[in-house]
Design a protein. Structure first.
Length: 939
């Protein structure tokens, strides 16, 4: 008896230290968190109640005017936690009781909370909101335990001991005592009856199931059960309370208003959802599958940490989403993401998952599941389907550098696991930024091991994907063109193929580090027998040097491509490509414009300047300028075609509707008209003027002009083709010839007699000499400074016949008519032209005066053209502007003769030109192009 009494005293003191019974409605961690929120420093909130926690609690009690004991009691809890947080269950005045049989089910982690058998009791209702992950805590009423401190517990235990001693002495008198707690009696009777109508099951953070049981209506009569003694009843209640709250460390709180029961049965162990399987998660119906679904999926090699990609439907889902991931952290995890983020993520899973504007964190979270499926779930039947999904995501979200790196690395490992034959060059791989893709390493190693040459495409991909390679914009913007140019250069450097000897190299190894950070694994590569040459100086040095050279060759093309809105190539951009691949790439352009130009040249069909410019891709604007025509000519020349409207050869700039002929030529660059060409061109045009003076251009006259062109050894073949095209255009439109009369002054003095002879031969080529032709000859002769008497003398003496006979073609000999001149007819012609000669003389004199005045004005304004330019540069530009094209050697000689450096002079002139005309005056390297069209007319 005394020993028992002492034991009760000791228990009382022990219960009085640390936490009081009523304090157990909050866990130590929750109390620590509350103290920290109110500014009390107690170290880390870890749930361990130590010295710092007690000191913080004492400080709190002192500030609130409470008894400073360092012990948590109901008074302290009421001050620490607002009363609105504590919702006592109506009609309770004692701790809930649990029978011994029911306590045994604790090992199954099933807590059964029995409602009090009070009238009109209602089960807890759900509000329909999803509950955020956390512990479900059931709070006992505040008056469950009357003691507020260790001293009260001690007094209560002493009283119980005294009562127990007194009751033992009078046990024989208490046999019929029925002083039993009515609540306990009623609860005991309820437990013996089939009371459950239904159970609502909800999952909490610890994967426990809390079953809320709804009682049936009270029976009119209850079976009589033996009533325990008051001390047994109390001991049982204390024992159950300690088991529930002290041993578990927290109360279970049921807040069914924030939970919603999932419509789909949730497996405790997570399953992989295959495509086509319908899963309901909250308000979202997901049918595309390819994610893990359930309640338990530990990280690889761990038991207690949940996989971050697992979709657990017990977590709270907000009614409004977070489309931009504003609440997301850097490492996405379904368990720890906010309810609003879960809403957006599930909505994306329920869609087609193809919106490129999706927040990338949701894509990564989805990718984590695909990654785990491919790397850890061996033997899965949907391996290829999941790999294709990763490819699809890479195509959509590959613009994100981080996602591209991880997805590319995963696909490389997938190819290894799939047993792909790496004898073929891997395609579609992109640089991951940190290391060469494994597939490229394997392909390189296999060729070194087997003594095979590297393919150009493999070397190119190796150079580009190397983390230390600087890949410039042309290589990115024009990869197809780069690959063609790269292959040609490698084949030129290594006609027999580029073979690398193995040497001393380490074996290729690969350890895959998951993007999710939840696992890593070693990948077997060829049994460790493949050498790793990715970090050797060769072949990297060679591959990178060729890459740099080819990239520089694509600079102009890349800039031209960048000026196009949709960056789709046209002939203008393709003309900037190197010669080796220019035509090949031009044939791949949409609409095949090069074929259209070839057809125009073959059929000699005229087109308009506007139509030709649209075909080529040159924007000539509403008014044609020499600069735009020069650009159009340069594009056509780069593909081996000349055009009749080239301002370097024509007498004036045309209009958008003017006809133009395309012809084949040998030279693929712009050129300037030579002096011999200018002389022959003027002679041909004047001959056509004379030929057309009688209203007809006879075939013999046409043949004679062509013959004169072909026999002129001073002009090139391309110039012959150009003159033939001009004859054809003038034949279609004689009005084009009018401007050539103004060019007579340009004929060199030494060539005037030869031109005069050819004009007379052309006029009489049809076998007759008309008065209109003689009149035109008189006009031309006078314009050239040759007297009319000389003209008549040549006609009378038959000089023209001699001139013609020296140049006649074999085909024209048989058909040539007699060149004899009728003197009577000639006198009549001279008489008819005498009247008009004075008028024509006046007209030409006015034209000469006007042109001389213009020339003088131009000379006076020449200094104003170069205003703002240093004198030495102005002098140099005057010399350079005499030609529109200079070879690199001639350009350098000219500048060095002026005492300047080519680079500095070019930079100074271009800077002045940009400031003055907003265009470059000097372009290109070989040849050096002088954009004389930007200078005002007269220079």
């Amino acid at each position: 008896m005394r020993a028992f009494f002492c034991l009760l005293v000791i228990v009382g003191f022990l219960c009085g230290s640390g936490f009081s019974a009523s304090a157990q409605s909050k866990t130590p961690k929750e109390i620590q968190a509350a103290l920290t929120e109110q500014g009390y420093s107690l170290g880390s909130v870890d749930g361990i109640w130590g010295k710092k926690s007690i000191e913080a609690l004492k400080a709190f009690q002192s500030q609130k005017g409470l008894s400073v004991t360092g012990v948590i009691n109901s008074v302290t809890l009421e001050a620490l936690f607002p009363a609105k947080e504590v919702q006592p269950v109506a009609g309770t005045s004692a701790p809930p009781t649990v029978s011994g049989d029911e306590a045994a089910t604790k090992k199954d982690r099933l807590q059964v909370i029995e409602p009090k058998p009070t009238l009109n009791s209602q089960p807890l209702q759900s509000s329909g909101d999803w509950k955020e992950p956390g512990r479900n805590v059931v709070r006992l009423p505040e008056n469950t335990v009357e003691t507020n401190g260790g001293f009260k517990v001690f007094l209560a235990l002493c009283a119980i001991a005294a009562f127990w001693a007194w009751a033992r002495k009078r046990r024989h008198k208490m046999a019929g005592l029925n002083d039993v707690d009515p609540q306990f009696s009623a609860a005991a009777s309820v437990r013996t009856e089939p009371m459950m109508k239904k159970a609502k099951v909800n999952a909490n953070y610890n994967d426990e199931l809390v079953m809320v049981i709804e009682p049936s209506e009270r029976q009119n009569s209850s079976p009589v059960i033996p009533s325990p003694s008051p001390i047994d009843l109390h001991n049982r209640r204390v024992h159950e309370w300690v088991n529930k709250n002290v041993l578990n460390g927290t109360f279970s709180k049921v807040d069914d208003r924030r939970l919603r029961t999932a419509e789909t049965t949730v497996p405790r162990v997570a399953n992989w959802v295959r495509p086509g399987t319908e899963v309901q998660v909250g308000p979202f119906k997901i049918t595309n599958g390819m994610f893990y679904f359930g309640k338990y999926l530990p990280k690889h090699g761990q038991r207690y940490e949940q996989e971050n990609c697992l979709v657990d439907p017990s977590h709270q889902i907000a009614n409004v989403g977070d489309a931009f991931g504003e609440t997301m952290g850097y490492w996405p995890s379904y368990e720890y993401m906010s309810p609003s983020a879960r809403h957006s993520y599930l909505a994306w899973l329920a869609s087609d998952r193809s919106d490129p504007d999706t927040y990338i964190g949701y894509v990564f979270l989805y990718f984590y599941g695909l990654e785990r499926r491919l790397m850890l779930d061996d033997g899965n039947a949907d391996f290829d389907v999941v790999a294709d999904e990763v490819h699809r995501l890479l195509n959509i979200f590959g613009s994100n550098h981080s996602f591209r790196r991880y997805a590319s690395d995963l696909l490389s490992v997938v190819e290894i696991k799939s047993g792909r034959n790496f004898a073929d060059v891997p395609s579609g791989l992109q640089a991951n930024g940190y290391e060469v893709p494994t597939a490229i390493k394997i392909s390189l190693g296999l060729r070194v091991r087997d003594g095979l040459p590297f393919e150009p495409d493999l070397l190119l991909r190796f150079a580009i994907s190397h983390p230390e390679t600087r890949v410039r914009t042309p290589a990115k913007r024009a990869f197809q063109e780069l690959a063609l140019l790269y292959a040609q250069e490698i084949n030129r450097l290594f006609p027999n193929g580029y073979v690398l000897k193995p040497g001393r190299t380490k074996s290729l190894k690969k350890r895959y580090q998951a993007c999710s950070g939840t696992f890593s694994c070693d990948i077997d590569i060829g049994g460790g027998k493949i050498p790793d040459v990715s970090d050797r100086a060769e072949p990297l040095t060679t591959a990178r040097d060729v890459l740099e050279k080819c990239t520089e060759a694509l600079d102009d093309y890349s800039r031209a491509l960048g000026r196009i809105a949709d960056q789709k190539p046209n002939l203008l951009a393709a003309s900037k490509l190197p010669d080796a691949i220019r035509r090949q790439m031009a044939l791949t352009i949409e609409g095949r414009p090069l074929d259209l130009i070839e057809a125009l040249a073959l059929k000699q069909e005229p087109t308009t300047i506007k139509a030709l410019a649209e075909t080529v891709g040159v924007d000539v604007g509403s008014t044609v300028s020499k600069a735009k025509l020069r650009e159009l000519s340069a594009v056509c020349a780069s593909f081996g075609f000349g055009i009749s409207c080239d301002p370097g050869f024509t007498s004036k700039t045309g209009t958008l509707t003017d006809e133009v002929l395309v012809f084949s030529q040998i030279n693929d660059r712009l050129s300037e008209a030579s002096t011999a060409y200018r002389t022959r061109q003027l002679s041909v045009m004047l001959g056509m003027i004379v030929a057309f003076s009688d209203g007809h251009f006879h075939q013999r006259e046409h043949a004679l002009l062509i013959e004169q062109i072909e026999k002129d050894v001073n002009i090139q073949e391309d110039e012959c083709c150009r003159l033939a095209a001009e004859i054809r255009l003038a034949e279609r439109n004689p009005s084009r010839l009018d401007d050539w009369l103004k060019r007579l002054k340009d004929i060199p003095e030494a060539s005037k007699n030869a031109v005069a002879e050819e004009l007379i031969a052309t006029a009489s080529a049809d076998g007759s000499l008309h008065k209109e032709e003689v009149r035109k000859l008189e006009l031309i002769f006078k314009r050239m400074g040759i007297s009319s008497n000389e003209l008549y003398a040549q006609l009378h003496d038959g000089t023209s016949t001699n001139v013609h006979s020296s140049r006649e073609s074999k085909s024209a000999v048989a058909d040539a008519p007699s060149r004899g001149i009728d003197l009577n007819r000639l006198q009549r012609i001279r008489a008819e032209t005498t009247i008009t000669s004075n008028v024509l003389s006046d007209i030409f004199e006015e034209e000469e005066i006007t042109e001389n005045d213009i020339s003088t004005s131009d000379t006076k304004q020449k200094s104003e053209i170069f205003e703002g330019l240093e004198h030495r540069y102005g002098t140099l530009l005057s010399e350079l502007s005499q030609k529109s094209s200079w070879s690199a050697a001639d350009f350098e000689v000219l500048i060095r003769q002026a005492g300047m450096l080519p680079g500095a002079a070019k930079e100074a002139l271009n800077e002045w030109s940009l400031d003055t005309f907003d265009e470059l005056i000097i372009e290109g390297t070989d040849p050096v192009l002088i954009n004389v069209d930007v200078l005002p007319s007269g220079n």
